[in-house]
Design a protein around this ligand. Structure first.
Ligand SMILES: NC(=O)c1ccc[n+]([C@@H]2O[C@H](COP(=O)([O-])OP(=O)(O)OC[C@H]3O[C@@H](n4cnc5c(N)ncnc54)[C@H](O)[C@@H]3O)[C@@H](O)[C@H]2O)c1
Length: 276
């Protein structure tokens, strides 16, 4: 997909972190934005900032885990701007804690947002993209955890493996259309995703604090991911590994699962995913 100026880019979960930086980066390239998030107040701040940069920005509160919310959002978008050129399925959440400490309610929440959120958006936006024709892009934000997860993230890792599997199938099903699929696998990115409350997780407050400090000190800024996403949308499809640990984790897993587990367990003790 060459040239983003004047194209319409939709980003879910655009009020914070990677989604917000992606929206800003696409706006800098002259794209018109459609942004959504479940957090209305933060979404309005994001909208005002992007609109001030001179591109158009349509914002709507939407909970991607709720089919009716996504369908209402899609109807409003299609009426306002028509089919989108780039659909960035970014909204996502994490639960930290061991498998035995992960309640079923958390499994459902993570899968509803991280997996069915993407399913709802694809079902709502893909038909219009297909019908409009031309070169278009679906960007699914998975994670390094979709290939090489750390301990204490079973629900999150399962959700991101699902995103990778779904994207792989979609890429094949769309191979003879103008729509290509990019799967984004960030490593350690300093965002609010690890700012979970200890009471709502299976990990101790001290361990979560250690993990948050690790992300703040060792993680990269989400604008680094956004820069890579924008470049890849223009030039590639396939997989984008971006940010600290992403490429290393992926390649270690390809070389040897045993080696990758050993390296990941050592890294998890250092970062806080595992208690020392
Ligand atoms: N930060 C990392 O290290 C990292 C690494 C790999 C992958 N990711 C992925 O990147 C994506 C963005 O995460 P982030 O790190 O920027 O986190 P973040 O918490 O900064 O941003 C996530 C955004 O999604 C929104 N959101 C949450 N639930 C939603 C829902 N039901 N509907 C709509 N919006 C919702 C939040 O309000 C928030 O604005 C996620 O899919 C995450 O899994 C993050």
């Amino acid at each position: 997909m060459k040239g983003l100026k004047g194209r319409t880019v939709l980003v879910t979960g655009a009020a914070s972190g990677i989604g917000l930086e992606c929206a800003r980066a696409f706006a800098k390239r002259g794209a018109n934005l459609v942004i959504s998030d479940v957090n209305s107040a933060a979404l309005e701040i994001a909208r005002a900032g992007i609109a001030a940069s001179g591109v158009s920005c349509f914002a709507r509160t939407c909970d991607v885990s709720r089919e009716e919310s996504v369908n209402e959002f899609a109807a409003a978008v299609h009426q306002a701007v028509g089919a989108v050129d780039v659909l960035v399925n970014n909204a996502g959440v994490a639960f930290l804690g061991g498998f035995e400490e992960t309640p079923l309610t958390e499994w459902r929440r993570i899968l509803d947002i991280n997996v069915l959120g993407i399913v709802h958006c694809l079902r709502a936006f893909l038909p219009a993209m297909r019908e409009a024709g031309g070169k278009r892009k679906i960007v699914n934000v998975a994670s390094l955890a979709g290939f090489a997860p750390a301990p204490n993230m079973s629900a999150y890792a399962a959700s991101k493996h699902a995103v990778v599997g779904l994207s792989e199938v979609l890429a094949m099903e769309l191979h003879d259309t103008g729509i290509s699929v990019l799967v984004v696998c960030p490593g350690i990115i300093n965002t609010a995703i690890v700012h979970v409350s200890p009471t709502a997780s299976g990990m101790s407050a001290a361990q979560i604090e250690k993990l948050q400090k690790y992300y703040a000190d060792e993680g990269c800024h989400p604008s680094v991911v956004a820069g890579d996403v924008v470049r890849s949308v223009e030039s590639d499809d396939g997989y984008l590994f971006t940010g600290p640990a992403a490429r290393l984790g992926f390649h270690a897993m390809r070389v040897s699962r045993k080696l990758a587990r050993r390296l990941t367990i050592a890294a998890a003790r250092k970062s806080g995913y595992l208690a020392e």
